[in-house]
Design a protein around this ligand. Structure first.
Ligand code: GCU
Length: 333
């Protein structure tokens, strides 16, 4: 009961926030038509971040192709809550759309962990061959059997370790360090397997945790490290590319049910097009972010190709279970 009340309060707040943003014309409409639907879209990255730009492009395409009948209000910077809370809200229909990290979604749909195992992909092309092919489609569909609908894959590059203490020149150097990880069992397991202490913290709180030395370090891609200004509080960045954790655009099943088959098709098509755009922006931003961080004093250690292949990563606990999982796409579990 308490969960339902809390969900109702947050859903109410979301509607109010969405309506007030709309009323105040924070998001200008391109059309003069009164929309039939006004939907919320949660994004935890800043305004100019590739995934946010992708979301805005998605919203524009949807509005254009429905002649203004469907308006999607993108709310960036995590104003609708942490990814974990956003996914919970979507299960109750409190938030309509979001872009989330697979690490977070896999906490609800564990089969997704298979796609973000450390050192799973040799490089970005390898990951996209998997996600753009039959396997990626089957996983998008499998998500749709739950309380959310999988729309498209967004890029989030490779994740690397960084810290405020010392240059990390090999994975063994992480032993004994306190490392922030995503709120994900797989991420905890990966960091503990390296002999470090994993501390799960929501993305929006990482800067403060590094600054107050609650953690010694964290791990993320170049754009997140730069956009969230983590370089100010953790200047040693080691390019080890231990994982590639893609992002997914999702829609609440409650929202999906309201839409006609034609509108669903338009939304899927716009999501896919926005994903192509996001990936282009992503590639440019990765380069830029690296340069910005280095201009601001980041000290970079680049591990050798051999060190990046994962041969030094023990496969334990949760990772072992995940690696041993068999997945039957026909069950869509
Ligand atoms: C990436 C991802 C975020 C996620 C973050 C994290 O930056 O884009 O959605 O929250 O990783 O480390 O938590």
């Amino acid at each position: 009961m308490r969960r339902i009340c809390a969900a109702a309060v947050v859903a109410g707040m979301t509607i109010l926030l969405t309506l007030s943003a709309w009323k105040n014309h924070t998001y200008l409409s391109k059309t003069e038509v009164e929309p039939e639907y006004v939907f919320s879209y949660a994004e935890n990255q800043p305004e100019d971040y590739p995934t946010t730009l992708g979301a805005k492009y998605f919203a524009e395409l949807v509005e254009e192709r429905t002649n203004g009948r469907i308006r999607i209000l993108v709310q960036p910077v995590g104003v609708l809550g942490s990814e974990n809370k956003v996914i919970k809200q979507m299960q109750y229909g409190g938030i309509d759309f979001a872009r989330v990290s697979l690490a977070q979604l896999a906490e609800y749909i564990p089969s997704l962990n298979v796609l973000q195992m450390p050192y799973l992909y040799t490089d970005s092309d390898h990951m996209w061959r998997v996600l753009d092919g039959e396997i990626g489609d089957a996983f998008l569909e499998s998500v749709s059997a739950d309380d959310v609908i999988g729309l498209s894959w967004y890029d989030a590059g490779a994740r690397n370790f960084y810290n405020s203490v010392k240059p990390v020149t090999c994975l063994e150097d992480l032993k004994g360090m306190r490392i922030r990880v995503q709120e994900s069992d797989l991420a905890v397991d990966m960091v503990e397997a390296l002999g470090a202490t994993a501390i799960p913290i929501a993305y929006g709180d990482v800067y403060a945790s590094l600054e107050r030395q609650v953690v010694d370090g964290a791990e993320n891609n170049w754009p997140s490290y730069e956009a969230m200004r983590h370089y100010e509080v953790a200047k040693y960045y080691t390019v080890d590319e231990h994982s590639r954790v893609p992002e997914m655009q999702i829609c609440s099943a409650y929202t999906w049910q309201k839409l006609s088959p034609e509108d669903r098709e338009i939304i899927l098509e716009c999501a896919r097009e926005s994903a192509i755009y996001e990936r282009e922006v992503w590639t440019q931003r990765e380069e830029q972010s690296r340069s910005i961080a280095m201009e601001n004093g980041t000290k970079v250690v680049e591990l050798s190709a051999e060190e990046k292949n994962g041969s030094r990563m023990p496969c334990t606990g949760y990772m072992k279970n995940t690696a041993g999982m068999t997945w039957d796409s026909s069950k869509k579990s």
